[in-house]
Design a protein around this ligand. Sequence first.
Ligand SMILES: NC(=O)C1=CN([C@@H]2O[C@H](COP(=O)(O)OP(=O)(O)OC[C@H]3O[C@@H](n4cnc5c(N)ncnc54)[C@H](OP(=O)(O)O)[C@@H]3O)[C@@H](O)[C@H]2O)C=CC1
Ligand SMILES: O=C1O[C@H](COP(=O)(O)O)[C@@H](O)[C@H](O)[C@H]1O
Length: 489
Amino acid sequence: MEHFQQVEPFDYVIFGATGDLTMRKLLPALYNRLRLGQIPDDACIIGAARTELSREAYVARAREALERFLPSDVLSPGLVDRFLARLDYVTLDSSRESTQWDSLTSLLAKAQPDRVRVFYFATAPQLYGSICENLHRYGLITPSSRVVLEKPIGTDMATATAINDGVGQYFPEKQIYRIDHYLGKETVQNVLALRFANPLINAAWSAEHIESVQITAAETVGVEGRAAYYDTSGALRDMIQNHLLQVLCLVAMEAPDSLEADAVRNAKLAVLNALRPMTEASVATETVRAQYTAGVVGGENVPGYLEELGTPSATETYAAVRAWVDTPRWKNVPFYIRTAKRSARKVSEIVVTFRPAATTMFGATPASNRLVLRIQPNEGVELRLNVKNPALDVFNLHTADLDTSIRMEGGMPFPDSYERLLLDAVRGDPVLFIRRDEVEAAWRWAEPILDAWKHNKVSMQTYSAGSYGPDQATRLLAEHNDTWHEASE
Ligand SMILES: NC(=O)C1=CN([C@@H]2O[C@H](COP(=O)(O)OP(=O)(O)OC[C@H]3O[C@@H](n4cnc5c(N)ncnc54)[C@H](OP(=O)(O)O)[C@@H]3O)[C@@H](O)[C@H]2O)C=CC1
Ligand SMILES: O=C1O[C@H](COP(=O)(O)O)[C@@H](O)[C@H](O)[C@H]1O
């Protein structure tokens, strides 16, 4: 497949190599790219974590992870062995100075000094600074090194600044890749194609024609095994401050001059900087937070968040915000953003509602055109149009949907977003990664919401697991005579 070109040989060092993310996402993603011919045979993947393991024991864990997290039709024994042959493991407390670093140093010393080296931090973000300090101390940072930082980059502006400063002391910004896996999703990138390669859509992409925008990321799962992390985070920090604001940026930004990383990031930053600042008063009218109670999801009874946790908690599992982008293009257009755990359906989508036709010729006002960009599942684009109702002699309108699936060649499922991003770091292409100023601008906007919530300026609502969310979220749109688009509509 010519679009999956092989990357140059590399060493990928994954800190946090025994963790959930590495096993569930990173190793399967790298395997898939080897399977597609993108990973050269002399590439090395080195796992690092504190757990004492021999190389063989780590390889056995990795094999188990591939078998568990990949569909059997992509696993062939020959390819799995070829992938596992690329793996190595070092036992290392990466936050401390010790002779344990010698093993990593000697594995890396086997390669040419100018070979691409990627350090992937799949550990708690509090460790990022000390890992960098040690990489520097042991002379492991080369000019062709990159560091990939997992989210969350902090829990507020102060902690984000501390993390960015800690890493920035040892790596220049151009070597830092802050990952946001939503940007690795094909259909999120498609926002750019749809907007800027289709004059028909581009011409209508402003307040003159658009009434509102909705961005939803809803999940049927609860907090799974991640309650310890999630309860310190909540829906706003976990999904909105990063993934959904990034999606909003792509929807709202002005056309970048090119697809070069800084052109795209500057255009996104301009949107983040144009978000109307939240105040204590506006948080009260523009946001909703809620926790799920027991309910039924996919036919199964599931407990409520507090029961799952076993302790009281003021952490939201649902958040909805009405945001405003104060630029001429988006004057008075509400952007509704929402995310939920234990929702009725798993769906991520962007819904653009256009202003209705200003005509009286059909009697009633025609329905608004609506463009739905389905990010997942069932990736595609749907456009609601008004057409004549053929069943009637009189000229009545009804709506019809143009619905296009976006598929890979041969109907293959889309690659997991980590696949593309992991190799973009090897290629040295940061366009789908977040720049420091974007992270900070996103925190600047999100922090007043978190503060007001912390001080109970907005009461915590509840919603039953398996529902679409709390009534207050419905009211947020009803104030503007709007309704949430539910995927089944
Ligand atoms: N899991 C997920 O789906 C997602 C995770 N993330 C982020 O990725 C990061 C990792 O998450 P996750 O895998 O779930 O977490 P886990 O707790 O499952 O894994 C943490 C990993 O870090 C290692 N570790 C901890 N301390 C040290 C240390 N001092 N030196 C070296 N290794 C260490 C642990 O191994 P050991 O104990 O052997 O040292 C383990 O391999 C977090 O920042 C998380 O927020 C982001 C998006 C999704
Ligand atoms: O980053 C995160 O994303 C997932 C949802 O990702 P998706 O690709 O399945 O939409 C979410 O479950 C998790 O809580 C969050 O940390």
